[in-house]
Design a protein around this ligand. Sequence first.
Ligand SMILES: [Fe+2]
Ligand SMILES: [Fe+2]
Length: 269
Amino acid sequence: MKNCSISAAFDPITQEELAWILDYRKAHGIREVVLVPLQQGIASVADRLKLLKKAVAPYRHLSVSERPLKDGIFIPEELQEGERIVRQGRYDKSARGIRKELAECGIYFETSLDALCKPRRAAHSRSVAKVCREIAEVHGMDSEQAWKAGILHDITKAWSDEQGRQLLEVYDPSRLELDAKTWHSFTAPIFLKTVMGIQDKKILQAILTHTLGDGCTDLDYLLYIADKIEPTRGYDAAYETQLAKEDLKAAFDLVFKEAEEYRERRNNG
Ligand SMILES: [Fe+2]
Ligand SMILES: [Fe+2]
């Protein structure tokens, strides 16, 4: 019964890799398996070590180290491909013990955003997140939570109407009566909850209400405002930005009114 180290990027470790490791240990009669992350990765080695520790916590014969043992082996490359799929938003494919952490820490939120949205939409979402964070800081709100809401708010925007319809028919059919342009704000919280494992109710509600503007918390107001005033939209929102830093509700009322007027002008013109 020897010890053995197994390396992969573990960026992050998937449930499939974990199962492979457990099978390998059994098949080769190994006493203890040490998991070692490779140097290259999206997340830092320190972050991946932290995640690995959580992933192996339930297993007595698995441990984690930065250094491989002599004669260490690698996880087959095709199996490591699964890590990319997790980074693209399928957190439900990550090792069971780290799913909650992935959904909370946001380490792969931006890789998920880039995988699920077109570049322009991703740039918009990053810009919304930045505005959310800046204004949240001014008000002493949770600025990380605000940033996350911004990054994730349009995560299902690239879906076809058919994809949206299929999900809403099951989870929230009354929304199908509304304009299909608004559907992404209803499909996003469902996707974020069921696939990415996001549980933060405040974030989910802010996203749910970001197109209709029917929210009532400071985070709801903030996301609604940031979505409309972020700089990549290309119009001068200096006044609205300043007002948002002074009085969120007043800025929300103003931006909401401006959006309504814009819609009316477009419909009439
Ligand atoms: Fe949106
Ligand atoms: Fe948006």
